[in-house]
Design a protein around this ligand. Structure first.
Ligand SMILES: [Cu+2]
Length: 117
């Protein structure tokens, strides 16, 4: 059975921070590779926690763990990236960004916990 990981959202300029323990990594992949868990990273694979990724383009970002069959087990996350200029530069906006980033950390953390069971 596959876990369903909800899509998260961020803005251009946000920095995602992935936290985990154990043997995992973070690789950005294309949408089709995300769906099929094909391990063809865009750029480098980050294997040291915490790993940070800056969102520089307004497009959906897809990240998977390339270790073993972790991606197939659900260790993957999609980020909807919106233009930073599309909304007013206000404190509610940046608060939402912070929530998104901590949400991503929570997703990876909870998945790691699941592997320990
Ligand atoms: Cu993993």
């Amino acid at each position: 059975m596959k876990r369903k990981v909800p899509a998260l959202s961020g803005q251009v300029g946000d920095i995602l921070v992935f936290n985990w323990t154990g043997s995992h990594d973070v690789a950005r992949v294309s949408e089709s590779d995300y769906e099929s868990c094909t391990k063809t990273p865009i750029g480098t694979i980050q294997s040291t926690s915490p790993a940070s990724v800056t969102l520089t383009t307004e497009e959906d970002h897809y990240f998977i763990c390339t270790v073993s069959s972790h991606c197939s087990l659900g260790q993957k996350v999609k980020i909807d990236v919106e233009s930073a200029s599309g909304s007013p530069a206000s404190s509610p906006s940046s608060a939402a960004s912070s929530l998104a980033v901590s949400g991503i950390s929570a997703v990876f953390f909870s998945i790691v916990i699941a592997f320990l069971h």
